[in-house]
Design a binder for this molecule. Sequence first.
Ligand SMILES: [Zn+2]
Length: 88
Amino acid sequence: MFILKGIDQLNNAITKAKKIRPRVEFDRFGRYRVSGSKGYYTVICKRSDNGYKTVECACKGAEKGLVCYHAAAALSLHIGLARRQQTA
Ligand SMILES: [Zn+2]
């Protein structure tokens, strides 16, 4: 799990996601399944009670607090959906 502080944090992971192009499946708003080397990982994007945006991924890297490309791929979909919700 990591706290999303800014988009700069995601740069490396986004670059990797663009190269690998994982498949992102929508489960429900804030919950996605992203394809990885060992099957699908569940990524959960949410806003905690204290206002932080947190991202959880089931992969090993994210367990150590790293920003993985699964999270970056899911976030790009999540941010787009969140914007659409705000304008709806
Ligand atoms: Zn991951």
